[in-house]
Design a protein around this ligand. Structure first.
Ligand SMILES: [Ca+2]
Ligand SMILES: [Ca+2]
Ligand SMILES: [Ca+2]
Length: 266
């Protein structure tokens, strides 16, 4: 039991959750000359409208603050992407992810992308659908893992609706095992896709990307002693969720790896 005592002492202070990603997910910070939200770029330059209250560009829906993005008709594909240089940091606005090659597999937490969308009753999506796509990228910025769940159409009567998609460690590991190395960044891409003749317009706001850290075993979004207790309980039951090193089975290596990650926090 010596290990447990040490780990509990080291992590007795709760580790705060990571900073919110991507930067400017509510689109409030903007460049008035480019008329674009900072950290976001147009994907195709057609049907993509940066919107602010009072911009005079027609009906507008905003969930928080004064700004949102609108994906309108006029193209078969419209979207905004974080795969642009953020002038504040000099780096891409793509959120970071952490996947660790453990020698026996791939470790890392599940990823969640979420956002809020609204579609006016008189502008339903017909012949097109919408979602937020994720493009996981290797260190050379090539795309290794694209995921999309195009499941939004029709209208929301102008009401804001929560949307999310989860990409699991197992999904990432499956592709990584064939095409390494592991991804380290991810582009976030609210998109509208379908027929050129498709009609309707969708607004997105408050987009967020989040990766659970390995030590946050109970998924409370922070690390504290509850995580350690939950892991030990599950480990004693041989629960497969304890395969934190990604080897495909649960053994004492998982215990050691979890303790290591727990001591690091998030
Ligand atoms: Ca906003
Ligand atoms: Ca937790
Ligand atoms: Ca294992």
């Amino acid at each position: 039991m010596r290990k447990i005592t040490i780990a509990v002492l080291l992590a007795s202070l709760a580790t705060p959750a990571m900073a919110q990603q991507p930067y400017n997910g509510s689109f409030e910070d903007y460049d008035p000359f480019l008329w674009l939200p900072v950290g976001w770029g147009n994907f195709t330059n057609a049907g993509e409208n940066y919107r602010r209250i009072g911009d005079g560009a027609g009906p507008i829906l905003v969930r928080t603050g004064e700004a949102s993005i609108e994906l309108a008709s006029g193209n078969n594909f419209a979207g905004f992407t974080t795969d642009v240089i953020d002038p504040n940091t000099g780096d891409y606005n793509n959120p970071s992810v952490e996947f660790i090659e453990t020698g026996v597999g791939l470790a890392g937490g599940d990823c969640v992308v979420s956002g809020w969308y609204a579609i006016p009753a008189d502008q339903p999506l017909v012949g097109v659908k919408s979602c937020i796509k994720l493009e996981f990228r290797r260190p050379d910025n090539s795309i290794s893992h694209p995921y999309e769940l195009l499941n939004i159409d029709g209208h929301t009567n102008g009401e804001w609706v929560y949307w999310e998609m989860v990409v699991t460690r197992a999904q990432i590991a499956d592709i990584w095992s064939q095409y390494p190395p592991a991804p380290w960044k991810v582009s976030v891409l609210p998109m509208r896709f379908g027929s050129f003749a498709g009609t309707g317009t969708i607004f997105w706001d408050d987009i967020e990307f989040f990766q659970y850290c390995i030590a946050d075993f109970d998924r409370s979004r922070f690390v504290d002693t509850d995580d350690f207790d939950a892991f030990v309980r599950a480990f004693e039951n041989g629960d497969e969720s304890c395969d934190v090193d990604g080897s495909g089975f649960v053994d004492t290596d998982d215990y050691d790896f979890f303790v290591q990650r727990y001591e690091l926090g998030c």
